[in-house]
Design a protein around this ligand. Structure first.
Ligand SMILES: [Fe+2]
Length: 172
């Protein structure tokens, strides 16, 4: 049973504000990759898809004179931490199952090593899937954050993905 759909998440003002900031097209692409990887690896597809869609919701804008400043970003970025918290708050508000909301938040927290001072994280299968799904959509120079998609098209893609998830559950 799914408590919350991707479409509902997308339409919430918190998602509208922060997911568009780091690239809506990227968020949708990662959600699709996460669905596929989860289905292949017998990980819960709903949890994975939501974590994929929300993984970059914690980004702050590190601009200096109108240009993205990688040095500032590298020094100060905590998007995985911020994203975990922001996604969790949004999901709980929408009525998500708290166990699932926690799993999604942790998958977002561990989707990148960039905030860690050193050393690798030992990831659960779900957490590995979100990292991999993100890497599958990466483009040189962070170009994946700048691909755009119109609201209506984004909504249609997410509705389709919601239907794929529902179909997946009805078959299993
Ligand atoms: Fe990403």
């Amino acid at each position: 049973m799914r408590e919350v759909s991707l479409t509902e998440i997308f339409q919430h003002r918190i998602a509208q504000k922060y997911i568009t900031r780091s690239g809506l097209a990227h968020a949708i692409a990662v959600a699709y990759h996460a669905f596929q990887l989860a289905a292949q690896n017998e990980v819960d597809v709903d949890t994975a898809t939501k974590a994929g869609f929300l993984h970059d919701i914690g980004h702050y804008t590190w601009y200096k004179n109108g240009k993205w400043d990688y040095e500032l970003y590298r020094q100060n970025d905590i998007h995985a931490i911020k994203g975990a918290e922001r996604a969790h708050k949004l999901l709980i508000r929408l009525g998500e199952n708290p166990v699932k909301a926690k799993e999604i938040a942790l998958a977002i927290l561990f989707h990148t090593d960039s905030f860690l001072p050193g050393g690798e994280v030992v990831r659960t299968p779900l957490q590995s899937i979100i990292k991999l799904a993100d890497e599958k959509d990466e483009e040189p120079g962070g170009a994946h954050h700048y691909r755009t998609v119109e609201y209506d098209r984004a909504l249609r893609s997410l509705k389709q993905l919601d239907e794929k998830i529902n179909l997946y559950y009805s078959k299993s």
